[in-house]
Each structure stands twice: as structure tokens, then as C-alpha cells.
Design a binder for this molecule. Structure first.
Ligand SMILES: C[S@@+](CC[C@H](N)C(=O)[O-])C[C@H]1O[C@@H](n2cnc3c(N)ncnc32)[C@H](O)[C@@H]1O
Length: 284
């Protein structure tokens, strides 16, 4: 197998290079890449992105990582994460969220204005937390609360993109037209139409880098956690670690939203199913 990434073709890493790099990726992020043809091709195509950084071979990359070049390490992680997302992905979850928050706020004594804290734990390029912000901002017309959204990801590049809050016409195609008019400013550049998220939404979302494998150092508990379409990349014991940590930072009665293929039913008895891939935390 070719070990060099410098040709224009997607040359694959050798098996030993693949094992070393996938072990580093797993240790750093939990992402599990078993050795197979698909993942060899995935790694070679993703790492072509590092050529601009002077990394022309898997050996170059391993040497940089082994000599603790943190910049290359972060770029390696960024290249290897899958950041696919879109506005209002798995749309039913946003309807369930609206109902849950409405019920929660309306069950409180009249006149109270609770903080509702939402953590979007693998926020990628921002579409998910901004969709949450739209829904919560809109819901403030019906009940009184203060929404606070924390959006985190391990990949510094997607966080930078999320902070710019600018999306293409294609990227906003799932945003309901009313929300597009209300929460975005359109502009033309380079012959294309772009959409910038308005400050009213941007100010509701705080972005930060956070690795789900680490300790969870939050000073407060969350009413809602969205952790969607990231657990699929982890092995079962990593999923268990992440979910256990999340239950520690969820309010009793709070809700955890996962991706539709990420069932954790039966993993923790205190997590009760409350909808499709939605769990209510009822600690015993
Ligand atoms: C497929 S995207 C999902 C985005 C969004 N949650 C959604 O459902 O549309 C997965 C995201 O998880 C992030 N990720 C992967 N491993 C992570 C880790 N250990 N800690 C935090 N984020 C991680 C990736 O960088 C990527 O942006």
C-alpha cells in the first residue's frame, strides 16, 4: 500500500500508519475508526487537507504529532472529524423541545422568569445551536423565561465558522421562511447570496471548545442537552462515559436529545424515554 500522501491521487496510509493515527484520534476524541477499506480511503482523503500545512506524508504527520506540534495535532483532529449538519435536522426534536419548555415554564408560579439552560454538545458549524436559538427566541412570545445556550465542539475550525454566523443559500434551505426573514440579514458577495444570523440570536449563544471525553466542569446544570449525531462515532464504553457525565450536569427532570440512531435505552435506569431519541432524567 502506498504510504505517501503527496500525489494527486488519494493514496492510502499503510496499515501501521493507519493504526497509529487512528489510535491517536481515538485517544484524543473517542472517534473509533476500525481498519477497513472505507476508513483507509476516508483517512487519506481527509488528510489531503493538511498539505497546505506542509504535511505531505503520513510519516510527516506522525513525526509532527510525536514531537508535540499542537497546531498540527488540532488540524489533524479537525480534518478527521465529520461535521455534517444542517438547520432543523431531525425537526421533530425542535417541536418536542418547544412543548417541554412551555410545560416547564408554565408549571412555575406566575411572575417567575426562570433561566432555561441548553447545552448543544457537538455543535459543529452552528446550524444546530442557532436553530435552538430561533425556537427559544420565538417561544418567548408565549411564555416568559431567559434562554441561555452553550454550544461546544472539539473542532476549533467549525467553532470559528459558527462564530462568523454566515451561511449560504443552500445551507439555510431548511430554515422556515418566517424565521429566515426574522433572524437573518441577506447580502450579496462574489455573485452569491449569503445569510448572516442577526445579533438578537448570536447574543443568545456562547461558543466554546469542549471535548466530550474530558471532565465536565460546569458551574450549573442544564435543563436540556442536545448531543446529536456524535455518539455514533464512539465505542460503547465511551458512549457510557459521555452519557454518565451528561446525567451529572442535567437538572433532575431535564431532557437529553440524541441522534435518531443513538439509542441509550437501558444504559442508565434514570433515563426515561420521552420521545424519539429523547430522554428525561429522573435520578433515583
Ligand atoms: C456529525 S456532527 C453533528 C453536528 C450536530 N450535532 C448535528 O446533529 O447536526 C458531529 C460533531 O461532533 C464533534 N465531535 C467529535 N468528537 C467530539 C468530541 N470528543 N468532543 C466534542 N465534539 C466532538 C465533531 O467535531 C462534529 O462537529
Amino acid at each position: 500500500m502506498a504510504a505517501n500522501a503527496s500525489s494527486n491521487r488519494h493514496s492510502a496510509p499503510s496499515e501501521s500508519e493507519f493504526f497509529k493515527l487512528s489510535a491517536i484520534l481515538k485517544r484524543l476524541t473517542g472517534i473509533n475508526l476500525p481498519l477497513n477499506e472505507k476508513n483507509l480511503a476516508l483517512m487519506s482523503s481527509r488528510l489531503l487537507k493538511l498539505r497546505n500545512e506542509g504535511i505531505f506524508s503520513y510519516r510527516d504527520l506522525l513525526t509532527a504529532i510525536e514531537s508535540h506540534d499542537n497546531r498540527i495535532l488540532h488540524l489533524f483532529v479537525s480534518a478527521m472529524t465529520t461535521n455534517t449538519t444542517h438547520f432543523f435536522r431531525e425537526e421533530e426534536h425542535f417541536q418536542i423541545l418547544t412543548r417541554l419548555i412551555k410545560d416547564q415554564v408554565q408549571s412555575l408560579p406566575r411572575g417567575s422568569q426562570p433561566d432555561i439552560r441548553v447545552w448543544c454538545a457537538a455543535s459543529s458549524t452552528g446550524e444546530e445551536p442557532y436553530a435552538l436559538a430561533m425556537v427559544l427566541h420565538d417561544l418567548q412570545n408565549q411564555c416568559i423565561f431567559t434562554p441561555k445556550i452553550l454550544a461546544t465542539d472539539v473542532d476549533f475550525k467549525v467553532l470559528a465558522k459558527a462564530r462568523t454566523a454566515i451561511y449560504s443559500e443552500k445551507q439555510v434551505e431548511n430554515v422556515p421562511p418566517g424565521f429566515l426573514d426574522k433572524y437573518f440579514t441577506r447580502f450579496q458577495e462574489d455573485g452569491a447570496r449569503w445569510y448572516r444570523v442577526d445579533d438578537s440570536l448570536k447574543s443568545m449563544v456562547q461558543f466554546g471548545r469542549f471535548n466530550l471525553l474530558k471532565n465536565y466542569p460546569f458551574r450549573y446544570k442544564f435543563d436540556v442537552i442536545f448531543c446529536r449525531n456524535v455518539l455514533i462515532y464512539f465505542e460503547r464504553e465511551t458512549v457510557q462515559y459521555v452519557i454518565r457525565q451528561m446525567t451529572q450536569v442535567l437538572q433532575p427532570g431535564g431532557h437529553l436529545f440524541l441522534g435518531h440512531s443513538e439509542a441509550v435505552a437501558g444504559m442508565f435506569p434514570g433515563l426515561k424515554r420521552a420521545g424519539p431519541a429523547v430522554y428525561r432524567w429522573e435520578p433515583t
